[in-house]
Design a protein around this ligand. Structure first.
Ligand SMILES: O=C(O)CCC(=O)C(=O)O
Length: 276
């Protein structure tokens, strides 16, 4: 791997990896995606209720776990992230799927995944995989370098009038800036990274980066995106605030599996499949 790719990921918190999945890999990813859409888990939701389009988001579906673990082990992503981070080992965490269909799906609001997941350290990456060719304006958007900045509160994802509505509240963490409003007032207010992507490309994203997903429109009516999350040697446990009972202690994912971890412990649990 070119050193510039490693440096870009380290400094920017995201990098576009061109052509790293072949047709066979993509077919396996699409099969897993379609299965997950047809067999939703307990965390599935329609994030953009009230609009006409079909949208579907699901996160760490326990029913899909076995097939996703197998997929993650068969893809070249573990080896790639080992090189990207300089990690000896790599583990697979879980998937998230985003189905935006019908040309009117709204944005995925700006957020940091680490507002919802008890993670710290540099060896984390989401592999953001699109099955369609996407122009720049319909893909993932990232604030450059924000993985090294403030840890903001999460958004509740539930208030279309206020995309910064705090999830933990009670001053547990600083409230998110209203990035869309800032950019509408001044397009240079934030340094936004985004790329056009082709099937086979993967965006590697450090999950502490502030990111949001562009919506769909008539020029790009459908976006089917599979996100696979991985971690390496420098991944530690960082307790989340406890001010929101719905997210008691460590969010809603793998709560029992992570119950034995304390602040600063290496992030390891037998439930997470080692892929390298
Ligand atoms: O693709 C999207 O709309 C959002 C992606 C996202 O939030 C993630 O990859 O964590």
């Amino acid at each position: 791997m070119d050193e510039s790719v490693r440096t870009t990921f380290r400094d920017d918190g995201a990098v576009l990896l061109k052509d790293c999945l072949d047709e066979g890999h993509l077919a396996a990813c699409k099969e897993a995606f379609d299965w997950a859409v047809a067999n939703p888990g307990p965390n599935a939701s329609s994030m953009f209720e009230g609009t006409e389009q079909r949208s579907h988001v699901d996160n760490a579906n326990p029913r899909a776990k076995h097939r996703l673990d197998e997929l993650a082990a068969a893809l070249p992503l573990g080896t790639l992230f080992a090189e990207l981070w300089g990690s000896e080992h790599v583990w697979y965490f879980a998937e998230e799927i985003f189905l935006k269909q019908g040309g009117k799906a709204g944005r995925s609001p700006w957020h940091q995944d680490t507002a919802y997941l008890p993670w710290a350290g540099s060896h984390w990456a989401n592999a953001w995989i699109s099955f369609q060719s996407l122009p720049e304006g319909n893909a993932l958007e990232i604030i450059r370098g924000s993985h090294r900045g403030v840890q903001y509160d999460g958004t509740t994802f539930a208030n279309p009038d206020d995309p910064t509505e705090p999830m933990w509240g009670a001053q547990a963490l600083p409230r998110l800036p209203n990035i869309d409003a800032d950019l509408a007032a001044d397009p240079t207010a934030h340094d936004v990274l985004t790329w056009a992507v082709e099937p086979g490309d993967v965006i590697a994203l450090h999950p502490r980066s502030l990111h949001g997903g562009a919506g769909t429109d008539p020029r790009c009516p459908d976006r089917h995106t599979l996100v696979l999350r991985f971690f390496g040697d420098d991944a530690t446990f960082r307790p989340l605030p406890d001010t929101n009972k719905h997210f008691a202690r460590n969010g809603v994912l793998f709560v029992e599996e992570m119950a034995g971890l304390n602040e600063g412990d290496p992030f390891r649990a037998p439930v997470f499949r080692q892929v390298v």
